[in-house]
Design a protein around this ligand. Structure first.
Ligand code: IMP
Length: 431
């Protein structure tokens, strides 16, 4: 029995979806604990690609319990579309398999409108949000004016909250953002109706989770985004608006810290980022374009091309520390095939000063130039490799060096997008 948190160690898009899907086979319960439909977890099952935005990737395994915790924010329209899509493909046949926290906050139409309009106003200084209303929804949560799923099930309290929110949001939308007003009657009935449609899934998920853990079930916590998009620990303000680190699994699911057994970090074999903000190891040259093409590096949610760069060991070591990671999974190692030389960023040169930790100041981080270590590449295909020892020697050297630099043990290596294209050195649920 174990409770394991999966967390991204970079700027998201590390391939967590595939690893969660892979480990879900050994889990009884799979839980999302933060973020919203800004996430896009790509999973390939029997050559069919599925992108999940809200529902945990565990849903692709029959009879697993999937939980959306209180730390997640929910766009009801998108959630209902995702449920329908999954059902139409033969998944989620048993509604009892999905539980959503009644405490989860709801993304409302004004949140999306504000998110998009604000970004448009910031010409040249955009965060590059996904436009899903994530920031404004978490703002309302912290500001104690948010609407929770439980409110959609109580007509009167929803009416009161929506009226009061609309008064304030409309003033802001019209006077400051120069947007159109939103009408109460356009929102109220539609959201009540969606609340009714979601009703059967909504419950106090903390009770279910704690019971599952007490009964000795295997629980997998599926982090979304990545450590450097965390609102406290990331490259602020170029971050998302939730805590994405492992500790958030407790808060966003309603369990105590003593319930977590292991934290597994996921790192792509190189680095990518979507949206604005400093990225010291970014490659603006042919190699960057090679990584984007070979790795199909386009946002799963917005389709935007991802910025690509070498593996940044400074970042990942920082993530190992912040999350308490002991075990690491390296994804997309196959993408590096064909490069003569491979580099790892091992430090930064910040205005002539050598920096071995990530600066908090974005001005300093922006000024950082990567200090590289160079290694030999490999040219043989590895998508068929299932045993670590069968990897090309230079690939093994690369992994070994990453382990030394980031101070964590590699337990799995992903060599392709399919479930079976995975090398397992240690299954975290098996010991
Ligand atoms: P937001 O979460 O939509 O507010 O976007 C804030 C920043 O986080 C932007 O740079 C987004 O591109 C980034 N972001 C949000 N979700 C993801 C994700 O799942 N993967 C990668 N980047 C993300």
């Amino acid at each position: 029995m174990a409770s394991i948190v999966i967390v991204g160690t970079q700027w998201g898009d590390e391939g967590k979806g595939k690893i969660v899907d892979f480990l879900a086979e050994h889990a009884d319960t799979i839980v999302r604990f933060q973020g919203g439909n800004n996430a896009g977890h790509t999973v390939v099952v029997k050559d069919e690609q599925l992108i999940l935005h809200i529902i945990p990737s565990g849903v692709l395994h029959p009879k697993k319990r999937c939980i959306i915790g209180n730390g997640v924010i929910i766009d009801p329209k998108e959630l209902l579309i995702e449920i329908e899509l999954l059902k139409s493909k033969g998944y989620l046949q048993d509604d009892g398999c999905l539980s959503i926290s009644e405490r989860a906050h709801v993304i409302m139409p004004y949140h999306k409108r504000i998110d998009i309009a604000r970004e448009a106003l910031k010409a040249g200084e955009q965060i590059g949000t996904t436009g899903r209303g994530i920031g404004p929804t978490y703002e309302d949560k912290a500001g104690r004016v948010g609407i929770r799923l439980v409110d959609l099930l109580e007509k009167d309290s929803f009416k009161k909250k929506l009226e009061s929110n609309l008064k304030e949001k409309n003033t802001y939308l019209v006077s400051f953002l120069k947007e159109e007003k939103l009408k109460f009657e356009d929102i109220y009935n539609e959201y009540l109706d969606m609340g009714m449609k979601m009703r059967e899934y909504v419950s106090d998920t903390s009770l279910i989770m704690n019971q599952d853990i007490k009964e000795g079930k295997n629980v997998l916590f599926e982090g979304a985004q990545g450590t450097f998009l965390d609102v406290d620990h990331g490259t602020y303000p170029f971050v998302t608006s939730s805590n994405t680190v492992a500790a958030q699994a407790c808060i966003g699911a309603g369990i105590g810290p003593t319930m977590i057994d292991k934290v597994v970090g996921i790192s792509k074999a190189y680095t990518t980022r979507v949206g604005g903000g400093p990225f010291p190891a970014e490659l603006h040259d042919e190699t960057g374009r090679f990584l984007r093409k070979q790795g199909d590096e386009y946002g799963a949610t917005t389709g935007r091309p991802r910025r690509c760069g070498w593996f940044d060991a400074v970042m990942v070591r920082h993530a190992v520390r912040i999350n308490g990671i002991e075990r690491l999974v390296i994804t997309k190692l196959d993408v590096l095939k064909g490069l003569d030389k491979i580099r790892i960023c091992v430090g930064y040169d910040c205005n002539g000063e050598v920096c071995s930790e990530m600066p908090s100041s974005m001005k300093r981080l922006e000024a950082c130039e990567p200090i590289h270590e160079e290694m030999e590449g490999w040219s043989s295909d590895m998508s068929h490799v299932r045993e670590y020892d069968d990897l090309p020697d230079n690939a093994k050297r690369y992994i070994k060096r990453i382990e030394e630099l980031v101070e964590a043990r590699v337990i799995m290596v992903s060599v392709g997008s399919r479930r079976d294209e995975t090398i397992v050195l240690e299954n975290p649920f098996s010991n």
